[in-house]
Design a protein around this ligand. Structure first.
Ligand code: NAP
Length: 283
C-alpha cells in the first residue's frame, strides 16, 4: 500500500489560499475590500455550520464576510428581495445562498436572482451553462475543487473514463461537464442507473457525489482507479467505503480533509476573482 497517493485536500487548500494573499493585498491597496455575502435561511444545524465555516475562512484571509441569517418562515419574495439588494450593493462581490432552503421557498427562483457577476458558486442556469460550454467564470465550488485537486497532483483527465455517481445541479452535473471539457469520456450515474458496480468498474476516475455514507465499495473499483469523494455525511463519513477503496485505488481523497477544504478555498478564490473583475471594470 506504500505507493498509494492520499490526495491531501488541506495541502491543496493551503496552496490556493496562499496564492490569494498577495491578490487580496493588491486589491486593498486600490481601495477594494473583497466581500462575500452568505445567506442562511432557517436553522438547519449543518447548513449553519457550513455557512459559519465559509464566513470564518473569508475573515481569516482578509475577505469581508457579510452574513445574512433569515428566519425559516421567510417567503420566496422576501428572499428574492434580499438577493436583489445584494446584487445592487457595490461592496459585495460574491453571493452564496446556502442550499437547501426551507421547502416552501422556490429555491430555483432564488438562485436565478443572483446576478451572473456575483454567482461565485455557479448556481444560476446561466453560470452552469457557461461552465458546461467551457467558459464558465465560476463553476460550482465542489466541482472546481475536484478539478483543482487533480491539477495539483498532476492527474490528467484526458482520454480517461470518468464515472460520476450523482447528477445534482451543484455537483454531479457540473463536475461531469468539467471532466468532459478536460477531455475525459464521462459516464454520469444516478438513482435510475442499472448495474452501477459494473459501470464504476470501468472508471479510471471515480467521483462519488451520491450523498449516501460509504455507498461506493472497493470491490466495485478498477485496480488503480483515482477516487474523488465529494460525500460529506453526518459523522464525517464520505460516500465511498474508504478502507476497501484504498486497497484498489492508486489515489484517493480522504473524508474529512479531502474535497471539503478545497471547496471552501475555491469559494474564496472566486470571490477574489470577482473583486478583481469589478476593479478592472472601474479602471
Ligand atoms: P443530492 O442533491 O442528494 O444528489 C445525489 C445524487 O445521487 C442524485 O443525482 C441521485 O440520483 C444520486 N443517487 C442517489 N441514490 C443513488 C443510487 N442508489 N445510485 C446512484 N445514484 C444515486 O446530493 P448533492 O448535493 O449532490 O451532494 C452529494 C454528496 O456530496 C453529499 O454527501 C453532500 O453532503 C456532499 N457535498 C459535499 C460538498 C463539499 O463541500 N465537500 C458540497 C456539496 C455536497 P437522482 O438524481 O436520480 O435522484
Amino acid at each position: 500500500m506504500g505507493d498509494k497517493l492520499i490526495l491531501d485536500g488541506k495541502k491543496v487548500s493551503n496552496d490556493v489560499r496562499e496564492a490569494l494573499k498577495p491578490r487580496i493585498a493588491a486589491l486593498k491597496e486600490k481601495g477594494i475590500q473583497p466581500c462575500l455575502a452568505t445567506i442562511l435561511v432557517g436553522d438547519d444545524p449543518s447548513s449553519a455550520t457550513y455557512v459559519r465555516m465559509k464566513g470564518n475562512a473569508c475573515e481569516r484571509l482578509g475577505i469581508e464576510s457579510k452574513r445574512i441569517h433569515l428566519p425559516a418562515e421567510t417567503t420566496t419574495e422576501e428572499l428574492v428581495q434580499v438577493i436583489q439588494d445584494l446584487n445592487n450593493d457595490e461592496k459585495v462581490h460574491g453571493i452564496l445562498l446556502q442550499h437547501p432552503v426551507p421547502g416552501h421557498i422556490d429555491e430555483r427562483k432564488a438562485f436565478e436572482t443572483i446576478s451572473i457577476e456575483k454567482d461565485v458558486d455557479g448556481v444560476t442556469s446561466w453560470g452552469y451553462g457557461q461552465t458546461a460550454l467551457g467558459f464558465g467564470l465560476y463553476p460550482s465550488c465542489t466541482p472546481a475543487a475536484i478539478m483543482k485537486i487533480m491539477e495539483y497532483y498532476g492527474i490528467s483527465a484526458e482520454g480517461k473514463h470518468a464515472v460520476v455517481i450523482g447528477r445534482s445541479p451543484i455537483l454531479g452535473k457540473p463536475v461531469s461537464a468539467l471532466l468532459l471539457n478536460a477531455n475525459a469520456t464521462v459516464t454520469t450515474c444516478h438513482s435510475y442507473t442499472k448495474n452501477l458496480p459494473e459501470i464504476v468498474a470501468q472508471g479510471d476516475i471515480v467521483v462519488a457525489a451520491v450523498g449516501k455514507p460509504e455507498f461506493i465499495k472497493g470491490e466495485w473499483l478498477k485496480e488503480g482507479a483515482v477516487v474523488l469523494d465529494a460525500g460529506y455525511n453526518p459523522g464525517n463519513i464520505g460516500d465511498v467505503e474508504y478502507e476497501s477503496c484504498l486497497e484498489k485505488a492508486s489515489a484517493i481523497t480522504p473524508v474529512p480533509g479531502g474535497v471539503g477544504p478545497v471547496t471552501i478555498s475555491m469559494l474564496l478564490k472566486h470571490t477574489v476573482d470577482a473583486a478583481e473583475r469589478k476593479l478592472a471594470e472601474m479602471e
